[in-house]
Design a protein around this ligand. Structure first.
Ligand code: CA
Length: 228
């Protein structure tokens, strides 16, 4: 299957040239000519790699990168017209995999694309999955699976949803009310101690079984998952 590349570049001639070269090499290419469209495409499509210009209309390349990184670890190569150390460093700091300075030779770009794809081999074959982690625990929300140190943990739907919400908010103390709102939802009619009951279930299945301290109680406030 052809690897899919998203090219976010506002210089149309350059974008067209890169598109043709990549297609010739067997990649499937989609183009976006401004930052906002590029971000939308990046977040909605499944791409194996993103080529991202820094100076873009509507939304800068740095901002696109920052928002993409909140959702995905897809490889990103920045295209920059300015060979300034600042661009280079801030792009790499913000999670770009590589950068290339314009004007560039197409062979160099192709080599960097191959290198970036090699670093992320799983993405070339499967859709990237977002795992939630804390200590030895790993949750795969799509597969509805939880493991601790590789061992499977069986959870009910509610336990899973509660754990997921705490993991998504790791290191933040969440009140019982907020957990009820977000995990049980507006249709909840029982007692607020439902939260405490389910926290006990989770502790027995995770903390106690594996001898770890993951779910902490903050007296009078709520619960928090802490790594340390
Ligand atoms: Ca540009």
């Amino acid at each position: 299957m052809a690897e899919k590349v998203l090219l976010i570049e506002d210089e149309e001639k350059l974008a067209r040239m890169v598109e043709l070269e990549l297609q010739y090499e067997g990649y499937q290419v989609e183009k976006a000519l401004d930052g906002r469209t590029g971000l939308e495409r990046a977040l909605s499509g499944t791409f194996d790699l993103i080529l991202l210009d820094i100076m873009l209309p509507a939304l800068s390349g740095m901002e696109v990168l920052r928002r993409v990184r909140r959702e995905s670890q897809v490889p990103v190569i920045m295209l920059t017209a300015r060979d300034t150390v600042v661009d280079k460093v801030s792009g790499l700091d913000m999670g770009a995999d590589d950068y290339i300075t314009k004007p560039f030779a197409i062979e160099e770009l192709l080599a960097r694309i191959r290198a970036a794809l090699r670093k992320h081999p799983a993405q070339a074959v499967a859709e990237e999955r977002q795992l939630l982690r804390a200590k030895g625990l790993s949750m795969d929300p799509e597969r509805h699976e939880v493991t601790v140190d590789g061992q499977h943990v069986e959870l009910t739907r509610r336990e899973f949803d509660l754990l997921r919400y705490l993991l998504e908010n790791k290191e933040k103390v969440i009140s019982r009310e907020s957990l009820l709102d977000n995990v049980w939802g507006f249709d909840f009619v029982g007692e607020t101690n439902a939260v405490d009951v389910y926290i006990r279930f989770l502790r027995s299945k995770i903390d106690e079984r594996f001898g770890m301290k993951l779910i902490h109680t903050v007296r009078g406030v709520g619960y928090v998952i802490r790594e340390a």
